[in-house]
Design a protein around this ligand. Structure first.
Ligand code: PEP
Length: 251
């Protein structure tokens, strides 16, 4: 089964609107064909609608960095899956390690977000990944499969097949330490086997699994050549248009 790779930038809490427009102007007409790779940027909530309105004919998908699991109501400060869907936003990252750590999001919250996104027609990018301590203790596989089982609980196989899962070792995020392509592939393989155990081969062969953690233009090609890696979730190297385009050069 051939899975279309998905390279997604994660801008985190960076850029002002002028910089967002400058980025868009600098990538205009330069993205690879959608037949080869899907390209997305995850941006702060206030830039999502401007991105959708200014992408023009560029094959650029837009992703939220977070979402709440209710569709409306008295939840001051939150944005909902229904709001994202109504504005044509295709993806939402859920369970990023920064959300888990600084905002105390649990596997249960993340599972509710995944279900709410799917119901609204927005594709979740479900993040998982271990700390350095867990990695050094040799417990990565156990940890990551636990996060995947909890994150996917109660979700139908047909929906899981369309999801994106991002394996992001916490020790590699923003540290400049990319996991070796072998380690990244091995753990993305653990994610795939966990999906297979839960849903069978057809779903596990369809789900796309990204690697994330200090991916750079110099490391992306080797990572993407691995069997179980179907794309990348990229923070730092996605911020500048030149470096973002360099990540896509192989396509
Ligand atoms: C991320 O934010 O998901 C990430 C992987 O960041 P970086 O590429 O900067 O490590």
């Amino acid at each position: 089964m051939s899975r279309k790779p998905i390279i997604a930038g994660n801008w985190k809490m960076n850029k002002n609107l002028k910089e967002v427009f400058a980025f868009m102007a600098n990538i205009d007409g330069k993205l690879p064909s959608e037949d080869k790779v899907e390209v997305a940027v995850a941006a702060p909530a206030m830039y999502l609608v401007p991105l959708v309105h200014h992408r023009g004919k560029n094959p650029l998908k837009v992703s939220a960095e977070n979402v709440y699991f209710e569709n409306s109501g008295a939840f001051t400060g939150e944005i909902s899956p229904a709001m994202l869907a109504a504005e044509g936003i295709e993806y939402a990252i859920i369970g990023h390690s920064e959300r888990r750590e600084y905002f105390h999001e649990t596997d249960e919250d993340i599972n509710k977000k995944a279900k709410a996104l799917i119901a609204a027609g927005v594709t979740p990018i479900l993040c998982c990944g271990e700390t350095l301590e867990t990695f050094e203790a040799g417990k990565t596989a156990e940890w990551v499969s636990g996060q995947i089982e909890a994150g996917l609980a109660g979700i139908d196989g047909k929906d899981v097949a369309n999801m994106v899962i991002a394996y992001e070792p916490i020790w590699a995020i923003g540290t400049g330490k990319t996991a070796t392509a072998e380690i990244a592939d091995e753990t993305c393989g653990v994610v795939r086997s966990t999906v297979e155990k839960l849903y069978g081969k057809e779903v596990s062969e369809a789900v796309r699994i990204q690697y994330g953690g200090s991916v750079k233009p110099e490391t992306v090609e080797e990572l993407m050549s691995k069997e179980n890696i179907d794309g990348a979730l990229v923070g730092g190297a996605s911020l500048e248009a030149d470096s973002f385009l360099a990540l896509l050069k192989m396509y």
